[in-house]
Ligand binder design. Structure first.
Ligand code: C2O
Length: 475
């Protein structure tokens, strides 16, 4: 079953918050964090020359022992010391070196079009997961070699679904003497505050594990998947500096200058790895929980610098089996999953006013099926594909089902501005949990409307989708 505890918490929190603010629409933010205003992107002042070409990675070439990547909170004191030493050495490299902290961070900016404006799109497409995995692989090797422990060193990850504050080692001491510290972070989190209660939760991860197709979970050639906007973008926005100049985690051009970027992406990588692990189950469609198999995906190739400052290149197909080929692994949980195996087409009807929101239209037969299932508390998703949101909307946006005074949170969309050159943001797929709200959304009289509520109190965008589907476990 999905995490009912999380859902109950969510409802109680919303009720408490609604009571505290009267009838006004409330955001799910805890109040610990400063709200995010919309912000612009600025590319790094001196974009480095991008590495091109390079020696191809060949699966099997890495013969190191397989090492476990651990949650940051589970590191021993000696491991924290080693991690700090690795970052200290990275930051101390001379500017002529290809591995410097800035060059490594700017590689991320290069590939997210902050610098080059080329068509390589590592956000808002299916290369999101494999590119970041490849990037972390070389980064991990560089850090490991800087402490003479290439074989043993593995990047730790920030398991925000259980570690709800910024890991202590990354924020104290809050001084340059701490190589894991960054001065451009959200003040609430930097001071030890918690993430907003609905952001990056295990309930969200369980929900994503019910999605069986990669396109919805991880994106397509031209559109972003559900995991990218929530939780990936949301945690970026929560961690970054919410006011000018919007560095570091809140700005894709600078995000990788904060060491926590790599902890964050380790966790995203773990979520992808565990999603793939569900493919071993029985009674699933053949492509369930599997990565795309098209050559366009598999042959996507990118260049990086390795620990010897050499230009190397690696393809998406090279990173899919991280255990065998990249020599690291994650603890595998006892996997629970409730796959969504049926999909009903529905229609999202947009009213003229984004503040009023959209309503859902379904066939009578579908309505009856969905309502029967949700009465039995069966997890139900609303999947919106081809959602195009204008680039000026940036920050975290909560989506509610609103019927009368009842407001139920369906999910949050995190938006980062990754297009620095007036290009449009890629369309994306958004997956909302409508289990609690289905009866309101499908009511025959006065159905709930789906409303977008910006956390910063700014303007909402109209929620338009090229295609909408209700997904459930079974007919
Ligand atoms: Cu390339 Cu988390 O961003």
């Amino acid at each position: 079953m999905t995490d009912r505890v999380g859902d109950t918490h969510r409802r109680e929190f919303l009720q408490a918050a609604a009571a505290a603010t009267g009838s006004a629409l409330i955001s799910a933010s805890s109040g610990l964090l400063v709200p995010l205003p919309a912000f612009a992107q600025d590319p790094p002042a001196h974009c480095p020359t991008p590495p091109t070409g390079g020696t191809h990675f060949v699966p099997g070439q890495d013969k190191r022992p397989i090492g476990l990547r651990k949650p940051i909170g589970a590191l021993s004191a000696a491991e924290v010391t080693q991690l700090r030493k690795a970052y200290t050495n990275l930051r101390a490299l001379p500017a002529t070196d290809n591995r410097t902290w800035v060059i490594q961070a700017d590689l991320h900016a290069l590939y997210c079009r902050q610098c080059t404006n080329d068509s390589a799109q590592i956000h808002g497409s299916w290369t999101f997961f494999p590119w970041h995995r490849a990037y972390l692989y070389y980064y991990e090797r560089i850090l490991g070699s800087l402490v003479n422990d290439l074989d043993g060193f593995r990047l730790p990850y920030w398991e925000w679904e259980s570690e709800r504050t910024l890991p202590t080692s990354y924020r104290t001491p809050a001084a340059a003497s701490n190589s894991l510290w960054d001065d451009k972070r959200n003040g609430g989190l930097a001071g030890g505050g918690q993430l907003p209660p609905n952001d990056g939760t295990s309930a969200r991860i369980t929900f994503l594990n019910s999605i069986t197709d990669f396109a919805t979970f991880g994106g397509t050639a031209s559109g972003g998947g559900a995991c990218e906007s929530n939780p990936h973008n949301i945690i970026h926005n929560d961690t970054g500096l919410p006011t000018s100049p919007y560095h570091d985690m809140g700005n894709l051009g600078y995000a990788a200058r904060d060491p926590i970027f790599f902890g964050h992406h380790g966790n995203i990588d773990k979520i992808w790895s565990r999603w793939n692990a569900h493919a071993a189950g029985s009674g699933l469609p053949p492509d369930a929980y599997k990565n795309p198999t098209s050559t366009a995906f598999l042959n996507s190739r990118w260049s990086f610098y390795d620990e010897n400052q050499k230009v190397v290149s690696i393809s998406a197909s090279d990173v899919l089996d991280h255990r065998t080929d990249l020599r690291y692994t994650y603890d595998l949980l006892a996997l629970e999953r409730v796959p969504f195996l049926v999909a009903y087409a529905c229609e999202l009807i947009i009213g003229p006013d984004p503040e009023v929101g959209a309503t859902l239209r379904v066939d009578e037969a579908v309505r009856a099926n969905v309502l029967t299932a949700v009465r039995q508390n069966a997890p139900t998703a609303l999947v919106l594909e081809g959602v195009q949101i204008p680039a000026e909307f940036v920050g975290n946006f909560d989506i509610f089902a609103v019927k009368g005074d009842r407001r139920i949170l369906l999910g949050t969309i995190g938006l980062m501005s990754e297009v620095g050159h007036g290009m449009e943001r890629a369309p994306q797929t958004i997956a909302l949990d409508v289990t609690e709200a289905a009866a309101d959304l499908l009511a025959t009289s006065n159905p709930a409307s789906i409303r977008v509520v910006p956390r910063d109190g700014g303007k909402a965008f109209p929620l338009k989708a090229a295609k909408a589907e209700i997904r459930m476990q079974r007919r």
